[in-house]
Design a protein around this ligand. Structure first.
Ligand code: GLP
Length: 246
């Protein structure tokens, strides 16, 4: 099912595999029409199936910027987003390693790391297509509940709900890094096309809140209501509440 709701182009497919296929096609289509595309990429369980389907796509001229990384964390740590991206995508496609950009969890000078990341995105010409998942608190990247929408790439203390949700990947909750470096809401908003993805029944409430709730920095994904070009791709389980309310 494909519908337009306000500025959102909403795509719903029955199951996880079929929505991943649609999202992978959109990304592959972007690369086919513009081989030197700048992609913004996300981690998390949601896009895993998309990355699998992108193996075989020609990334030779593509530049990628990842949304975020824990801090502190070594890039070799199996829970780092750096490791995740290498394992699940970058080691499996023909991307030029110079075109892989992920905030460093090893940076000592966080402010300099954040500024350099922001400058590099601008120097690349900006992000053509930004893939996003959504966290349990409605965050995009690691833009945690806050009093204002953070504009640029920044160093952030993780919300307790994020630490709890992400503890499933660590030995225990206290092993989850307490901080991260993340693109800001402004950085994300500057992308020319946003591809927001949500799958599973545990995302149904937050999807409804992000799309229909107040535009509120406590739910950073809600800013996307103002973006002119958002595709919202969901499986039926994640879409159920939103579709009931439209
Ligand atoms: C993390 C990431 C987000 C991601 C979210 C959802 O917190 N920083 O970018 O969207 O997890 O993860 P999942 O896809 O596993 O539900």
């Amino acid at each position: 099912m494909d519908i337009n709701y306000k500025k959102f182009k909403v795509i719903v497919r029955e199951g996880y595999e079929s929505i991943c296929a649609v999202v992978a096609e959109i990304i592959a289509g972007q690369i086919a029409t513009q081989p030197d595309s700048v992609l913004g990429l996300a981690t998390g369980s949601t896009p895993l199936g998309v990355y699998k389907k992108l193996v075989g796509t020609d990334f030779s001229r593509v530049t990628c910027f990842n949304l975020d990384e824990y801090h502190p964390i070594e890039r070799t740590n199996h829970q780092s987003y750096h490791y995740f991206m290498m394992q699940n995508l970058f080691n499996r496609v023909n991307i030029n390693p110079d075109n892989i950009n992920i905030p460093s969890g090893e940076a000592v000078d966080f402010a300099a790391e954040c500024d350099a990341y922001e400058e590099k995105i601008a120097a690349s010409g900006g992000i053509d297509l930004q893939l996003l998942g959504i966290g349990p608190c409605g965050h995009v990247g690691f833009n945690e509940p806050a009093a204002i929408f953070p504009k640029q790439t920044h160093y952030v203390a993780l919300d307790s709900s994020t630490i709890e949700a992400n503890s499933r990947f660590f030995e225990s909750t206290d092993k989850v890094p307490k901080h991260a470096i993340t693109m800001g809401v402004g950085t994300i908003f500057s992308a020319r096309h946003i591809l927001l993805m949500a799958t599973g029944s545990h995302k149904a409430d937050i999807v409804e809140k992000v799309v229909l709730g107040d535009i509120d920095p406590q739910v950073s994904g809600s800013i996307l209501q103002l973006h002119p070009n958002v595709t919202l791709a969901m499986d039926a389980a994640a879409a159920v509440k939103l579709l009931q309310s439209l």
